[in-house]
Design a protein around this ligand. Sequence first.
Ligand SMILES: Cc1cc2nc3c(=O)[nH]c(=O)nc-3n(C[C@H](O)[C@H](O)[C@H](O)COP(=O)(O)OP(=O)(O)OC[C@H]3O[C@@H](n4cnc5c(N)ncnc54)[C@H](O)[C@@H]3O)c2cc1C
Length: 345
Amino acid sequence: MPGFQIRARAPSGAAHLPRIDRDPDVLASVREDAAHFPGGHAAGMVAPATEAEVAAVLRTASAVLPIGAQSSLTGGATPMGEVVLRTSHLNRIGGAGDDWVRVEAGVTLTELDAVLERSGRYYPPAPTFTGASVGGIVSTNAAGAATFKYGTTRDWITALTVVLPPGDVIDVTRGAVLAHPDGYFDLELTGGVVRVPVPRYRMPALPKLSAGYFAAPGMDLIDLFVGAEGTLGVVTEATLRVLPSRPAICLAFVPFREPGNALRFVRRLRDEAQATWRRGDPNGIDARRARWPSRRSMTSAAHGRHRPSTRRWFASAVCWMRSASSTWSRSRCRAIARAPRNYSP
Ligand SMILES: Cc1cc2nc3c(=O)[nH]c(=O)nc-3n(C[C@H](O)[C@H](O)[C@H](O)COP(=O)(O)OP(=O)(O)OC[C@H]3O[C@@H](n4cnc5c(N)ncnc54)[C@H](O)[C@@H]3O)c2cc1C
């Protein structure tokens, strides 16, 4: 039976403050993320290896910025005078089942995928940059090419362990803690109960949304931490849902002479995908992301690599082939890529 309260626990492991590095060269190496936001500077850099060490850092330093791979494109992983807490030593992959895996925050998606691949499993909503850490993807609610079919990171997180600023730890499992009907959660910390209000704004219904804290009536506490950009605590571990088998994926980028044909092709691909879902056809094309590119990207294609006389109109499609047969999938990929020749509007 879900409640609106959660009781924190003490961090596991020996309480020991890891060395905070103040070497200028080390600090220079973490002063900006992939957004190259100007003016970044760190007061120190620390790389804890256990939950207890994370808690010790949070208890000691007055301002802490957790970072993973610093691939943020928003400046969220750019320090502005904080001690930078790097999660690279929280890099263990724990238990796993057919459709889940428990990982520490510093594990990168490349490392995760290598482990999953060995058993034929797959984590779908990976961002394009696969050097990103699990803590980073959770804290930005990252999304990728597979998001239109599989959703964002949020949909694949079933449990989180978070070290809160006073050093208390909470283990949040999806479905276990839901907001009180009056819009709050109660966190029972060692220092007393902290009432956390659910933000009152209404969120637009979009497949990918990472601006601001997640908010909804009766929301799950876990969703407050997904996309919170490290402002509420340090994520040390996550349980991710995974697919028990890897789908074959085909990306087709198809040129057309006439824009109308490209539009009709995309529509037809979508119709075919819907027929696949309706029929439950195990060998059907499952194209969730078939799209006509924006005017802006069309303009840059037309004025960049392609001279006006050879201008082509592109439609792109990412297709998930349900068939396990890669030969079959390859032949369907080729069929999609040949579409302009075969397609009669
Ligand atoms: C080439 C490239 C392609 C990209 N493609 C995509 C894409 O397709 N989709 C997409 O969504 N993003 C994309 N990104 C952005 C970026 O990769 C993602 O936002 C990624 O999730 C960030 O992971 P990270 O480990 O680098 O986190 P960082 O950049 O280090 O941190 C990001 C934020 O999360 C917080 N944080 C990090 N770790 C923790 C933790 N353990 N606990 C609490 N807070 C934490 C940080 O404080 C910061 O606010 C791309 C970036 C690049 C450079």
